[in-house]
Design a protein around this ligand. Structure first.
Ligand code: NDP
Length: 406
């Protein structure tokens, strides 16, 4: 029997909801390109309920314990005295979500002598030192597509919110004001603007499709070009480098994975090549952009706005400059953890576990590393190496336990 160690974010401050805002979530038939949704043999949870926090346990407890496995769920993940680090030594499987990542550094992998499977309940396995997983023959899998559309919706929301100056205007209303000039002095229409995505994978492509009806000019950079018909249908212009694309864009959205090629891609030099007054939206990974360079570009006015939900490390320390820089629209890492997305990645996690325990192959598109090499989606979208360096700073985070005023 196996030991499964699962790291999830904390429950709501007031405990698990007794009643949800909605009674159900839409039932989808498939992903937009026809890929089947997760196909576990069964699920033991109600879609639309909180699954990604400790008490939600991804709906896996009955399945795993009824099969005789040991299932440990914790949110205590950072530092040498954490439950995660303590329990890791004899765990066979680690499950973690990118929102509250259990960083599996080379040092931790070396301590985890029994580890065979690192499973990401979500998309993006950069919190695992992929090189160390390759070297140790550990399988790394994620639930490809489970929340790509959730993120694409979030990206569109953030672009509109930045360009139209929504959040500061909302603050004026909440605070009893009616200061229209203050609200609109930074407010524009997106119509006619040039928007470009770094990567046109599942999220980037979905963002382009969603922005087309806004009559924006669409651009993308990707290592592999979209099919001709796709480019034609979207009316999108391909660029053969990030630099070429960003120099013509009013809005840039980052939708590539974090791996050694993209680590610190948007450093001060790259940001300097963006148009003055451009907006940058990053829901991919915090480490793809340089934190000090972004804060400086907002302070100087070179960037008009920055929004996203991804930070490095996570949770971000209280003194992280993105918490206080001007013209930002940051949230904690939430875009891929809507209740709708949770139902899909919980089911996908269960599907992967069923395959693992029953000796059946894991879907190729779920694989990042297998058999000592990048595999499946990992072979297409990642490069070998490690992107976890610096993650120990997550230990500095101190939770804020008050509920923000509504
Ligand atoms: P996909 O695998 O569908 O797409 C990734 C795309 O990135 C591929 O088209 C890939 O290109 C491209 N890419 C890889 N390296 C580069 C590079 N160096 N330069 C340009 N493009 C590159 O994944 P998704 O679209 O579903 O997700 C993308 C990322 O978004 C995830 O890896 C994750 O980091 C992040 N994410 C964030 C979430 C959140 O909650 N904020 C939730 C889900 C994902 P190709 O394969 O053609 O080489």
């Amino acid at each position: 029997m196996a030991k499964i160690l699962c790291v999830l974010y904390d429950d709501p401050i007031d405990g698990m909801p007794l009643r949800y805002a909605r009674d159900d979530i839409p039932k989808l038939r498939e992903y937009p390109d026809g890929t089947p949704l997760p196909t576990p043999k069964a699920i033991d949870f109600t879609p639309g309920q909180l699954l990604g926090c400790v008490s939600g346990a991804l709906g896996l407890r009955d399945y795993l314990e009824d099969n005789g496995h040991t299932f440990i769920v914790t949110s205590d993940k950072d530092g040498p005295d954490s439950v995660f680090e303590r329990e890791l030594v004899d765990a066979d499987v680690v499950i973690s979500q990118p929102f509250w990542p259990a960083y599996l550094t080379a040092e931790r992998i070396a301590k985890a002598k029994n580890l065979k499977l690192a499973l990401t309940a979500g998309i993006g396995s950069d919190h695992v030192d992929l090189q160390a997983a390759i070297d140790r023959g550990i399988t790394v899998a994620e639930v490809t597509y489970c929340n790509s559309i959730s993120v694409a919706e979030h990206v569109v929301m953030m672009i509109l919110s930045l360009v139209r100056n929504y959040l500061p205007s909302h603050d004026w209303a909440r605070n009893g004001g009616w200061n229209i000039a203050d609200c609109v002095e930074r407010s524009y229409d997106v119509e006619g603007m040039h928007v470009g995505t770094v990567a046109a994978g599942r999220i980037g492509h979905a963002v382009l499709r969603r922005l087309k009806p806004f009559d924006m000019h669409l651009h993308y950079f990707d290592r592999h070009r979209l099919p001709d018909q796709d480019e034609l249908d979207l009316g999108v212009t391909w660029h053969d480098s990030v630099v070429e694309m960003i120099s013509v864009c009013d809005v840039v959205t980052i939708n590539c994975p974090l791996h050694p090629e993209t680590d610190n891609l948007f450093d001060a030099a790259m940001i300097a090549k963006m148009k003055r007054g451009a907006y940058l939206v990053n829901t991919a990974r915090g480490k793809i952009v340089n934190r000090e360079a972004v804060a400086a570009a907002l302070a100087s006015g070179h960037l008009a706005g920055y929004a996203g939900d991804v930070w490095f490390p996570q949770p971000a320390p209280r003194d992280h400059p993105w918490r206080t820089m001007p013209h930002e629209g940051m949230t904690p890492h939430i875009s891929g953890s809507s209740l709708s997305a949770q139902a899909r990645y919980a089911a996908g996690t269960r599907e992967i576990l069923e395959c693992f325990f029953e000796g059946r192959p894991i879907r190729d598109e779920y694989l990042i590393v297998q058999g000592g090499a990048l595999a499946g989606t990992g072979a297409h979208s990642y490069s070998e190496g490690d992107a976890t360096k610096g993650s120990e700073e997550a230990e500095k985070f101190k939770p804020k336990l008050e509920i923000p005023a509504q």
